[in-house]
Design a binder for this molecule. Structure first.
Ligand code: GLA
Length: 432
């Protein structure tokens, strides 16, 4: 009996040891990661043109993050995408940076980023090649690459899905996840398989963030359903919002397991102020990673207001560890989204989707407290009439983009919105 008992304990301890070796609970990514990634810094996310990434770009971006006070707001990750590595491994089969762009090696760059109090990230791929430039992927080299990259001091790794490979995604990403943990350095693992194989079912077992669709491009509406590079309804901001509505992000979002709708395009010239603000609104509502992939060194004062709004960031980083879902959608494009917050407040987004068009009629979009489950209670009196029990539900409404409290409202609240525009609200309930 005693032996059986001890055996059970040993099995349990082995289970815990294995369980804790996975990336998602290695301490990184406790809240959705915030920062910068190089991928869309130039030429429409590398649709054309030369790869932009150099040692200088990384260092100047790290400087800009600190000079603009973005680090204090939580933007900590400075990450290079597909662009940093040489097309050949070194004589020992290790990945190496492209010498011309990184003359001092990657440890030097990582040290610089760390000296600014920031984290450094690099990119690789699950298969034999990365997606661009015929660079070596990590297939058959997971443990070796995890060792090389962590020896330079990286804090984040994005693993893409290109190149040839044998094995399922959960199996292969699982191998990398274990290899990263075996390195002994806590690394945030960003799993990028473009939403294939229902990644929302298993991604958070292996990584702290996982891409739920094909790439986001800096447009409002772009492309169509299900391209060969992943699932989704298209690559524009509008398309991603619709795809997320379909997925119901609150079903899958958890701490150390954030759904990744891809990079923010904030400073791109094809993204105007309203489009960028709506993009940032939804990413915040979903507790999605806030990784800006445009040139932060050049961000305009106006767009700094978008990425620098602490009240909106607080929604994204809220300890409730959940996400907002769509709770109303009509044929004209009126949408209402809502999520719970840890202190009992709710965040509501009123949105005129324009049904994907960029211009059109303004619409009045409204939310009632009933829609949020905040009902005034009624009981029946002796004659069977409904009588109010307790107080009316009174809700204080704060407009987060304006940083303005709009007052107390008894039944609901509505706003007139231009196409593509939102109001992002924090609601606090009073009464019973
Ligand atoms: C894929 C990814 C992108 C980017 C590129 C790099 O398309 O989905 O996010 O990393 O590869 O080549």
């Amino acid at each position: 009996m005693m032996i059986r008992y001890q055996f059970t304990i040993i099995l349990y301890l082995l289970y815990i040891a294995n369980y804790t070796s996975f990336a998602y609970n290695n301490g990184m990514g406790k809240t959705p990661p915030m920062g910068w990634n190089s991928w869309c810094t130039h030429s429409l996310c590398n649709l054309f043109g030369k790869d932009p990434c150099t040692e200088q770009l990384v260092m100047e971006t790290a400087d800009a993050i600190v000079e603009k006070g973005l680090d204090k707001l939580g933007y900590k990750y400075v990450a290079l995408d597909d662009c940093w590595s040489d097309t050949k491994r070194d004589a020992n089969g290790n990945l190496q940076p492209e010498k011309k762009s990184f003359p001092n090696g990657m440890k030097h760059v990582a040290d610089y980023v760390h000296s600014k109090g920031l984290f450094f990230g690099l990119y690789t791929s699950l298969g034999t090649e990365t997606c661009k430039g015929s660079r070596p992927g990590s297939y058959n080299h997971y443990a070796q690459d995890a060792k090389t990259l962590t020896s330079w001091g990286i804090d984040m790794i994005k693993m893409d899905h290109c190149g040839h490979k044998n094995g399922t995604d959960p199996q292969l990403y699982g191998e990398m996840s274990k290899a990263l943990n075996a390195s002994g350095r806590p690394v945030l693992f960003s799993l990028c398989n473009w939403g294939l194989d229902n990644v929302w079912d298993w991604g958070s077992n292996l990584a702290q963030m996982f891409r739920i669709q094909m790439d986001h491009l800096p447009f409002w509406k772009f492309g169509s359903n299900h391209s060969s590079d992943g699932v989704g309804y298209g690559q524009g901001t509008y398309d991603i919002i619709e795809w997320m509505a379909h997925l119901q992000p609150s079903k899958w979002t958890k701490q150390y397991g954030w759904l990744d709708p891809d990079f923010l395009m904030t400073e791109y010239f094809t993204m105007d102020f309203i489009g960028s603000r709506t993009e940032y609104t939804f990413w915040s509502l979903w507790s999605a990673p806030l990784l800006i992939s445009t040139d932060l060194r050049k961000i305009s004062t106006k767009k700094m207001q978008i990425i620098g709004n602490e009240e909106v960031i607080a929604i994204n980083q809220d300890p409730s560890n959940t996400a907002g879902d769509r709770i109303f959608n009509d044929t004209n494009g009126r949408q209402v989204w809502a999520r719970d917050l840890a202190n009992g407040d709710k965040c509501v987004v009123l949105y005129n989707s324009g049904k994907g068009k960029s211009h059109g009629d303004k619409l009045i979009v409204g939310v009632t407290w009933d829609m949020l489950g905040w009902n005034t209670k009624f009981v029946l009196d002796n004659d069977g009439n409904g009588v109010k029990e307790g107080n009316d539900v009174i809700v204080e409404v704060r407009n987060l983009w304006k940083k303005e409290t709009l007052g107390n409202f008894t039944n609901g609240y509505n706003a007139t919105l231009a196409v593509r525009d939102v109001q992002m609200l924090r609601l606090r309930r009073y009464g019973v």
